[in-house]
Write a new protein. Structure first.
Length: 242
């Protein structure tokens, strides 16, 4: 595939590194555009693999040039592509913001999120929940932090864990930064329903990039790997966090 422009829709934390994913220009009959998840052949992606000369990581909404070498599908992670991060460094070309970003999200909501959440035939989708709720927790002594979101989609596209009161883990870097800012140094727990979330974000709608984890305890667990409020992007709510 060689060098491709990738619109970043996920920039998330993994236990030993980072995970990113997004759309390329190639059309797809179900998702609108084709998803790709850059991977390395023998290791996880590290911040140094993605950071620019100034040390800043790409953000959701950035269009990044990546050198994609070959598909490496491991169902349900059929979107995986081996990428080159050394000879051809990732490069941010431009950014979608404001109305252009909002229009893009509304036009590219997944037509069949049940493929991810119910059937597990693929592992990435962009959704706009009918209802969403969330929580943040920070233990002021141990420093342990947790962000979770619950959400409900239309029709039969729901996962029981995502619909539960506790919701599922959120690994989006900027959402974690936002939660830490809201909790402050003292920590504690903050639980928010949809109205409270939107009010705090000064947003009218919330889109989510949902993914499936790597195998853990014999399952592929749903995760929120990107959180996209509109019209206010998280990049405006959380200062210069990468």
């Amino acid at each position: 595939m060689a060098r491709q422009e990738v619109l970043i829709l996920a920039m998330s934390r993994m236990l030993s590194g980072l995970c990113t994913a997004g759309f390329i220009r190639e059309r797809d009959p179900v998702t609108g555009l084709k998803w790709v998840r850059p991977v390395k052949p023998y290791d996880t992606i590290l911040p140094g693999d993605l950071a620019g000369p100034d040390g800043r990581l790409p953000r959701c909404g950035d269009v990044v040039e990546l050198d994609l070498l070959a598909p490496r599908p491991e169902p349900p992670h059929v979107e995986d592509w081996e990428a080159e991060f050394v000879r051809h460094r990732p490069r941010v070309l431009r950014r979608l913001e404001g109305e252009a970003w909002a229009r893009f999200l509304s036009r590219h909501v997944d037509a069949a999120p049940e493929d991810v959440l119910c059937r597990g035939t693929r592992s990435l989708c962009l959704v706009q929940p009918e209802e969403v709720w969330g929580s943040f927790r920070l233990d002021g002594y141990s420093g342990k932090f947790e962000a979770r979101l619950g959400f409900r989609l239309a029709d039969d596209a729901n996962h029981p864990r995502a619909c539960s009161e506790a919701g599922v883990s959120v690994t989006c870097l900027r959402w974690e930064a936002l939660g830490r800012e809201w909790l402050g140094d003292r920590g504690g727990r903050l639980a928010l329903d949809q109205q409270a979330l939107l009010e705090r974000l000064r947003a009218e709608a919330l889109y989510l990039t949902v993914g499936l984890s790597r195998p853990y305890r014999g399952e592929f667990w749903p995760l929120v790997v990107g959180v996209h409020p509109v019209p206010s992007p998280i990049s405006e709510v959380v200062g210069g966090e990468g």
